[in-house]
Design a protein around this ligand. Sequence first.
Ligand code: NAD
Ligand code: UFG
Length: 349
Amino acid sequence: MNNKTVLVTGGAGYIGSHACVELLQAGFKVVVVDNLSNSKPESLSRVQQITGSPLTFYQADIRNKQALTDIFAKESPSTVIHFAGLKAVGESCEQPLLYYHNNVYGTLVLAEVMSNANVKQLVFSSSATVYGESSSVQYTENFPLGPINPYGRSKAMIEDILRDLSAADKTNQTEYPWKIALLRYFNPIGAHESGMIGEDPNGIPNNLMPYVAQVAIGKLKQLPVYGDDYPTRDGTGIRDYIHVVDLVKGHIKAIEALNSEKFEAGGCKAYNLGAGRGYSVLEIINAFERVTGRKINYKISPRRAGDLAECFANPDLALKELNWKVEKNLDDMVADTWNWQTKNPQGYI
Ligand code: NAD
Ligand code: UFG
């Protein structure tokens, strides 16, 4: 049994809710802070049903410094996993100030409150979107950063802020240094095997997998395949899809690493969380049809602005330093997405 308390910002969301399950099952006490701007409290009821363990939930905005300070005083967390953020690339281009305020300012407030409470262990949800253009399609952590939209830039700015914070510890010779893991996710999909929690996008999904699932169940008529003239094996875009349960297990491994001798002197380090292999849009469609027996109606459409032809992770560093790698395969990701979709055709209601 592990009695440490982990404060999870954004814990009611897609990835956060799966993280809460893993944390509770690993014996952590869990405190969720979420403003429910993109989630429903039902996800947290389901987390408690799956695990049979209680968690503590505060409906609060991470930008509310007083509220956050009070929560830290009451709950005394040892670690924070910071998922809270807005994540829609298109919306970030329309409303950049909203994205910078929520994601960047929100993280500033969180880091100040953590510092004041002397809680200096942080796992941050970054993204493969922070990488810039590269001659290689397999991304390694030391590649140059260069995001191309406000959402991606908000993540890169937060990474910079957290690196600066950690570097200042060396300058100041702080007794209790920051220990920070920046986890760069590739494309999380899938759902918990129970089918009780999963991704519940508002309106028409932006991302491939929830779109495919809604076509399969008949909610949407046809999947637009954005481009079949990319320089890839079948002309469609290739991404590194990762099962959300594998992804959240990476967070538990990161907490273990932050508590180990590796981070004894503090530090801030980035890790790719991906499978290390890519699938094309047509390969995803084929896998979905094979695993579910449903036909996916699709139409080749123009390329979507801002999309890359191909990218996937080099996950070697996470294996070496966090002792983490993916365990689930594409069929698991498809089957679990479908299980969630068919059990919850309207999402959380
Ligand atoms: P999500 O929208 O399902 O979850 C985010 C949660 O944060 C929501 O419950 C939302 O209500 C909450 N939130 C947002 N702003 C808040 C604020 N100011 N105060 C308190 N709560 C707030 O998204 P997700 O897919 O679970 O993503 C979690 C994190 O992972 C995000 O930071 C996202 O940018 C990052 N990420 C996601 C993906 C992906 O494809 N899903 C990829 C890379 C990185
Ligand atoms: N695609 C389609 N049709 C759709 C949706 C997507 O053909 O309706 C294609 C895209 O063109 C791309 C692939 O499916 O080739 C994957 O697209 P997603 O929108 O699912 O994922 P992205 O790789 O574009 O972006 C996701 C998140 C970003 C995050 C990035 C890396 O949306 O926030 O992964 O982590 F930054």
